[in-house]
Design a protein around this ligand. Structure first.
Ligand code: KIV
Length: 266
């Protein structure tokens, strides 16, 4: 069974970490059998499962429902659960809701989006025994504020802010951090400066690990697949095609550094 300490050991040893999203028991069991180290119950469920335009409508009860199913399917997996939009607007609200997620679903960690505005919250949660995965770069819960799903950290000023936020989040107590849609060079610098593992999505090959939305890497998400993702299902040879093999080939590609390539990076 993976623990925070084991994930950090792997970072120190230079072994890449693998993470995929899951929202139900069957896929969770399959990911666990394939050897995925971290399962993320992402609020991407709003888009890929519920068919909504953004992640914003996902509720706390919905994420707990899905996380509980994931836990039943993969009881020994390391499970990270997104705190939905507006369920952690103050540190006290975050503590109350993170507690509900951990108690009701059996998750190992909660994830929340944001930089310096989240420092007090991260500190409060971790001081109460709630492990936190931070999330910087592109913040899908702020899509209306940002004005679209755009690469972040392209200017020196933005890059410095994201780097400083990542360092401050580690100091505040975060145990893991997602870097979403940032230039590969910036993600590399953050990964070198932090002790905690960085998990990239659209952040280049030098992160300590990678995450993708499961339905994107199986190419069953409606609409255009994001540039940073890859169709691992149809990339297999004739007669080899199965969801289990697709997940195994993703794990292999991340572990060997074959994924993400430059064509998946910014
Ligand atoms: O909700 C989600 O699936 C995520 C990943 C994109 C990192 O936050």
């Amino acid at each position: 069974m993976n623990t925070i300490a084991k994930l950090i050991e792997k970072k120190v040893a230079g072994e890449k970490l693998t993470c995929l999203t899951a929202y139900d028991a069957s896929f969770a069991a399959l990911l666990n059998d394939a050897g995925i180290e971290i399962i993320l119950v992402g609020d991407s469920l709003g888009m890929v499962v519920q068919g909504k335009e953004t992640t914003l409508p996902v509720t706390l009860d919905e994420i707990i429902y899905h996380a509980s199913a994931v836990k039943r399917g993969a009881p020994d997996a390391f499970i990270v659960v997104d705190l939905p939009f507006m369920t952690y607007s103050t540190p006290v609200q975050a503590l109350k809701n993170a507690g509900k997620v951990m108690k009701r679903s059996g998750a190992n960690m909660v994830k929340l989006e944001g930089g310096d505005t989240m420092l007090e919250t991260v500190s409060l949660l971790t001081s109460h025994g709630v492990p936190v995965c931070a999330h910087v770069g592109l913040l899908p819960q702020s899509v209306h504020k940002i004005g679209g799903y755009r690469v972040q950290g392209k200017t020196n000023k933005e890059a410095t802010r994201i780097l400083e936020d990542a360092v401050a989040l580690e100091v505040a107590g975060a145990d893991l951090i997602v870097l979403e849609c940032v230039p590969a060079g910036l993600a590399k610098e953050i990964s070198l400066q932090l002790t905690i593992p960085t998990i990239g999505i659209g952040a280049g090959v030098d992160c300590d690990g990678q995450v993708l939305v499961l339905y994107d890497m199986l190419n069953i998400t409606k609409g255009k697949r994001p540039r940073f993702s890859k169709d691992f299902l149809s990339a297999q040879g004739a007669g080899q095609s199965s969801i289990l093999n697709a997940v195994k080939s993703y794990i292999d590609a991340v572990k060997t550094g074959a994924f993400p390539g430059q064509e998946h990076s910014f």
